[in-house]
Structure formats: C-alpha cells, structure tokens
Design a protein around this ligand. Structure first.
Ligand SMILES: [Zn+2]
Length: 122
C-alpha cells in the first residue's frame, strides 16, 4: 500500500455521478461533465487544462450484409514501455452501413502552486 501525501500530485478520486476515476483537483468531471465541488463561495479557480494531444477518426462497416462488433481500447505506457493503464472504454456492434466517430484527447493540467489545502474524498 502506497502512502498518499496530502495534496499529492496526480491524486485521484471517484466521480460520484459516473464512477470514473478523476483527478482530485478537478472541479468538473471530464467524463460526465458534472460539477464535483459545490463550495462556490470559496472555490479556487481551477487551473486550465492544456490540450496536449487529440486524435479523431471514424470507421464504417467494411462489408455488406453481415454485422460486426467493435472494441475500443486505450492504453498508457511510460518511457520504459511499462504499462500504466489499459482500459476497454467501449464495445458494441456495427451494423452494415453504420458509421462511428471516435475521439481521444489528453489534457495536461498545470499543478497549482499551493496544493495541499483541502482534501475531500466525497
Ligand atoms: Zn463523472
């Protein structure tokens, strides 16, 4: 079990709305877009995320007549090739003539200077 320092960089929590693992510093869930903090009066302005990477693409059903299935996998590795995360984010069926668009994005959020004040897990 690792020791989590108070306000440590990259600390996470679970979004109460969609159960995604999000950054503890996030005010809005990047998945479901719900607000995660309600203390509007003394809310700190959140650091702006800087878009670091974005990939978009589309696929269409390749054949005629028969259906096919699809599986979307996102993986993260470090510079040594060690796996940090690998997750299936979506599966389903693609019908003949159907067309899907996919987008993948990475935002880099500069850490605030004085992290470590509040630490709410809910
Ligand atoms: Zn959410």
């Amino acid at each position: 079990m690792s020791v989590v320092r108070q306000g440590s960089l990259g600390a996470t929590r679970v979004c109460p709305h969609c159960k995604a693992t999000v950054l503890q510093s996030a005010n809005i869930c990047p998945g479901c877009q719900h607000h995660l903090r309600f203390s509007a009066a003394n809310a700190e302005p959140q650091s702006e995320g800087v878009p670091a990477m974005r990939i978009e693409g589309s696929i269409h059903h390749p054949g005629r007549g028969e259906q096919c299935e699809y599986c979307v996998v996102v993986s993260i590795t470090n510079e040594k090739g060690e796996k940090i995360a690998r997750q299936v984010v979506g599966v389903g069926a693609l019908q003949p003539g159907e067309h899907h668009n996919y987008s993948f994005s990475v935002d880099v959020i500069p850490a605030r200077g004085s992290v470590g004040g509040e630490r709410k897990l809910r």
